[in-house]
Ligand binder design. Structure first.
Ligand code: NAI
Ligand code: MG
Length: 492
């Protein structure tokens, strides 16, 4: 199909007429097996439960693969393998453990394109993001922690870091491979062994990753991967051999886990939801801020716990920001995540799409003003048009609850004090953004915002050396950096 070009390019800017692009599908082979078994003690193992479930692609609802459904006895077998592997692995010199982590990082780099395509097919995120963000960041986490493995004695002056034992880890579907890297790399660097469960809609890259562990010749039992849904996760949480539970996911499940573990001597870290404020002052570089707002909320369809979901804009520039934001949103390309030109891909699951729709309907009912870009969404698959709400007040549900979709709520403020008050007026505290020309204001805002990460004049920037984690109901514990190591170690 030839590209349709506007007759008058100036019109495009004024009225948002869009150029049509030819399709540019990514064609690398994702190398996805029709069926995946569990990965226990270094081997692909059929589940004793004999059950399997389908993983579908949110891009077109087609079946991607069959995934083993681990029952209690499978989870037991995984913990047995991890417990048996622990004594030797924990005594393996750090420099040797580091070599395995380096090898894993290099193998991930070698197969990055294949993994990126698989991630996009199974989970729905744009190939541009899985290729340019998820894969490089996953490798970076292994490289970073490989560097720590033989330097643990330097992490806390005068103290030694000793491993905890078997870490039970449960991860979500928004960054499947990356969350796996965030969990596994620090656990192995500090000498722990692992039983990990990916989310039920996104198990494919986890099982592909198992083959990388085999290629890296990681000793059997050091990492065990069990697939399944809620009951499999609950079996990990309740397993007596788990010395630590690390969970990333919804606040509701996080609270349940915290209650389950109350009174036990298991260590726990929780990385839960968020409802971050992205705060734009009148002296901010406006065009840069608009890009940051768009990146803050529309990155990964808004399936991001630290998404800048509440835009707090100073009243004097509110109409200018709103105008520029709408123009910019018209240029976002929504559709097939495998297309290299796609900015916003598929919503991860039908359940998540339904949740987004419900919350958006609630916003309309409560009287906020909705703007959605007119885009042709694919007929099959789960898609949602980029949406913003203006005229939102702090009491609206869309200002309080995590939507976890491409939906931005805009509130205004007059003074910095009001911005801080509104930003902190949420049960969450994972992240925030500040846009201003004044360095002193950045420092003041960062000190007063109850958020684990505050970005200044940028948004959604990550680095394995920088600890990530929450305040309040966003959870506790840190991932990344030296702080992240301490959550997998006892101090001796
Ligand atoms: P979820 O919390 O149910 O799922 C996350 C992981 O926990 C999955 O691996 C799931 O199988 C597992 N899980 C579920 N129940 C469990 C239990 N009782 N014990 C142990 N593991 C359990 O999240 P869900 O339902 O997929 O998404 C619901 C909402 O949660 C989203 O709309 C979003 O608001 C939030 N969420 C936040 C995430 C974050 O990164 N903080 C990630 C995913 C979801
Ligand atoms: Mg899937």
């Amino acid at each position: 199909m030839p590209a349709k070009r506007p007759n008058n390019p100036a019109r495009e800017l004024l009225f948002g007429d869009l150029w049509e692009f030819d399709p540019a599908p990514e064609t690398a082979d994702p190398n996805i097996a029709p069926r995946y078994q569990l990965f226990i003690n270094g081997k692909f193992t059929a589940p004793k439960s004999k059950k399997y479930f389908d993983s579908i692609s949110p891009r077109n609802e087609a079946k991607v693969s069959e995934i083993a459904h681990a029952g209690d006895s499978d989870v037991n077998a995984a913990f047995e393998a991890a417990t048996a592997a622990f004594p030797k692995w924990s005594k393996t010199p750090g420099a040797e453990r580091g070599k395995y982590l380096y090898r894993i990082a290099r193998l991930l780099q070698d197969r990055a394109r294949e993994f990126a395509v698989a991630e996009t097919i199974d989970g729905g995120k744009p190939i541009r993001e899985s290729r340019d963000f998820d894969l490089p960041m996953s490798a970076a986490h292994f490289f970073y922690h490989a560097g720590w493995a033989d330097k643990l004695d330097c992490a806390m002056p005068g103290r030694r870091l000793e491993p905890l034992g078997v870490a039970g880890q449960i991860i979500p579907w928004n960054f499947p491979l990356l969350m796996m890297a965030w969990k596994i790399a620090p656990a192995l660097a500090t000498g722990n062994t692992v039983v990990i469960k990916p989310a039920e809609t996104t198990s494919v890259t986890a099982m592909k990753f198992a083959s990388i562990l085999q290629d890296a010749a990681l000793p059997p039992g050091v990492v065990n991967i069990v697939t399944g849904a809620r009951e499999t996760g609950a079996a990990i949480v309740g397993h007596p051999a788990a010395a630590k539970i690390a969970f990333t996911g919804s606040t509701a499940v996080g609270k349940w886990i915290q209650r389950e573990l109350a009174g036990s001597d298991k260590r726990l870290t929780l990385e839960l939801g968020g409802k971050a404020a992205n705060i734009v002052f009148e002296d901010a570089p406006i065009d840069q801020a608009v890009e940051g707002i768009v990146n803050g909320i529309f990155f990964n369809q808004g399936h991001v716990c630290c998404a800048g979901a509440r835009l707090l804009v100073q009243e004097s520039i509110a109409s200018e920001i709103l105008h520029k934001l709408k123009l910019r949103m018209r240029h976002l390309r929504v559709g097939d995540p495998l297309d290299k030109n796609t900015d916003i891909g598929a919503i991860n699951s039908l359940a998540q799409l339904q949740k987004i729709r419900d919350l958006v309907q609630g916003g309309i009912r409560q009287g906020a003003e909705i703007f959605q870009t007119e885009c042709r969404l694919p007929k099959k698959g789960f898609y949602f048009a980029p949406t913003l709400f203006s005229g939102v007040s702090s009491s609206h549900r869309i200002a309080q609850e995590e939507i976890f979709g491409p939906v931005l709520s805009i509130l205004t403020f007059r003074t910095p004090e009001e911005a801080i008050e509104k930003a902190n007026n949420t049960p969450y505290g994972l992240s925030a953004g500040v846009w201003t020309d004044k360095g002193s204001r950045i420092l003041k805002m960062s000190a007063e915002l109850k958020a684990g990460v505050v970005w200044a004049n940028t948004y959604n920037k990550f680095d394995p050396a920088s600890p990530f984690g929450g305040f309040k109901e966003s959870g506790f514990g840190r991932e990344g950096g030296k702080q992240g190591l301490l959550d997998y170690a006892k101090l001796a």
